[in-house]
Write a protein that binds this ligand. Structure first.
Ligand SMILES: Cc1cc2nc3c(=O)[nH]c(=O)nc-3n(C[C@H](O)[C@H](O)[C@H](O)COP(=O)(O)OP(=O)(O)OC[C@H]3O[C@@H](n4cnc5c(N)ncnc54)[C@H](O)[C@@H]3O)c2cc1C
Ligand code: SF4
Length: 439
């Protein structure tokens, strides 16, 4: 049993953003599906779940079969049903959009089947006959969990090294609680690990508690699913004032119940990506009366999803567009954010300086990249802090494979799950001598 974060007081402030479907509604929605040949929704899913098949099984009352179809493609199908940005993936690709009718609620149907599977204690995917091969995995996020599960189906013993006390990676510590709470993410990790034969060593940082050479010498293959690093900094005066936090660190503390915003009246979130929008919605959800997002680009060009920003707006978010932070000011604690407007080339506009009052400032301008961990190994190319691999996840150095955020620069849980599983198959081919040259 992994250490499980209690549902924190902060997390309990949030309701489910997308309400689950009850049985009759799920069956009715499933019966709307056109069960398209060459279904575009499947192509839009990085794990290529056979969506019409799992929906058809819900329509015929075969929920167990539906869950089996989902988990066979994506063992993290329960979490993905909650956290995937379906609006830009499967649901966005549904043919009903072209017919100008509401697309099938694929995420909610997936949640319906997978929640029942968890509640009923059904299990899917058995460990294969032991091969005697051992694989190390760096990190316990979605990429490593998906890789380890697939490796166990293929019969290889696995050891996961995780530097934190809690398993699950950003699924546990980053994803917004109105999508999935930390305890649910850890429960998902336990459910995946229950296939057996996966040793999890938490509190073990590769590079500090264990060298990469030790890993290489002690295992038949290594999968690196180490994700991204610490929050990036702005590089302006005042960044070390109390009340200024990196978004990923603040969200992790919030999810673990370690933040207190009871005295905060006004907050500012710097950035325009999905992490920035999550932070805005989380601070609002905790009851801070005024939350301002400050973004250097326009609303149209923000990298955060339009549907997420629309939700933030409906919850009372404010924004300053085309504004760059020049300093953070205050007397020990942050009190204001100094900004200047910028033009389309991000050049400051003369005479446009302004100030935003804030007693909490969250910097959501990206995460650093951890590629240097492997940069010293011959045969591994680290570009811009990301580990380069081929399409199968092979790094170029025998034994070493990678996937998830540390290779793709930060996408979604479903991408990490797909890449982890794909690398597991490449590892199997390499260590089983199945004609692959990577071993
Ligand atoms: C704030 C935030 C919100 C997000 N919300 C969503 C969302 O709603 N939906 C969605 O699909 N995606 C979301 N994502 C993205 C998603 O969480 C990531 O794409 C996904 O978790 C990547 O999985 P991973 O396994 O590659 O890395 P991670 O989840 O980052 O896991 C990496 C793990 O490796 C460990 N580790 C790192 N270095 C070492 C080392 N040297 N030794 C041992 N362990 C190490 C880390 O502690 C961590 O547990 C969000 C990301 C953030 C930052
Ligand atoms: S595209 Fe829409 S209607 Fe067609 S199979 Fe997928 S969910 Fe069903």
């Amino acid at each position: 049993m992994q250490p499980r974060p209690p549902q924190s007081r902060s997390e309990s402030a949030f309701d489910d953003y997308k309400l689950p479907l009850l049985r009759d509604a799920a069956v009715a929605e499933a019966n709307r599906c056109l069960f398209c040949h060459d279904a575009p929704c499947i192509k839009a899913c990085p794990t290529a779940i056979d969506i019409p098949q799992f929906i058809r099984k819900i329509a015929t009352g075969n929920v167990r079969g539906s869950a089996a179809t989902i988990f066979d493609a994506n063992i993290l199908g329960m979490g993905c049903a909650r956290v995937c940005p379906v609006e830009v993936l499967c649901v966005g690709a549904c043919v009903y959009n072209e017919l100008e009718q509401p697309p099938i609620e694929i995420g909610k149907l997936q949640r319906y089947a997978t929640d029942i599977a968890y509640d009923q204690g059904w299990r899917f995917g058995e460990a294969g006959p032991p091969t005697g091969k051992r694989v190390a995995l760096v990190g316990s996020g979605p990429a490593s969990l998906a890789a380890a599960h697939e490796l166990r189906r293929l019969g290889h013993a696995c050891t996961i090294f995780e530097r934190r006390a809690v398993v699950g990676g950003l699924n546990s510590t980053g994803v917004a609680p109105y999508k999935m709470r930390a305890d649910r993410a850890v429960a998902e990790a336990e459910w995946v690990l229950a296939i057996g034969g996966i040793e999890v060593r938490t509190g073990m940082e590769v590079g500090r508690d264990l060298t990469i050479r030790e890993l290489e010498g002690g295992f038949d293959a290594v999968f690196v699913g180490s994700g991204l690093g610490a929050d990036s900094r702005l590089g302006v005066a005042g960044e070390d004032l109390a009340g200024v936090h990196g978004a990923v660190a603040w969200i992790e503390a919030m999810k673990l119940g370690r933040v207190d915003v009871s005295s905060v009246r006004r907050a500012a979130v710097i950035g325009g990506g999905n992490t920035a929008i999550d932070a805005v919605r989380e601070v609002l959800g905790l009851g801070v009366p005024h939350v301002e997002m400050i973004y250097r680009g326009t609303r149209e060009r923000m990298s955060g999803y339009a549907h997420e920003w629309a939700a933030a707006l409906s919850e009372g978010a404010h924004a300053e567009w085309e504004a760059v932070v020049t300093a953070l000011e205050g007397d020990r604690c942050v009190e204001r954010v100094r900004c200047v407007r910028v033009d389309a080339q991000r050049r400051p506009v003369a005479g446009s300086a302004f100030t935003v009052a804030a007693d909490l400032v969250i910097l959501a301008i990206g995460q650093s990249r951890l590629g240097e961990l492997l940069g010293a190994l011959d045969g591994i190319v680290v570009e811009g802090g990301l580990i380069r691999t081929d399409a199968a996840g092979f790094t170029g150095r025998p034994k070493w494979f990678a996937g998830g955020d540390c290779t793709n620069g930060g996408k979604e849980v479903v991408n990490a799950a797909a890449e982890g599983k794909r690398a597991a198959r490449a590892i199997d081919a390499a260590i089983s001598g199945k004609g692959h040259a990577h071993g």
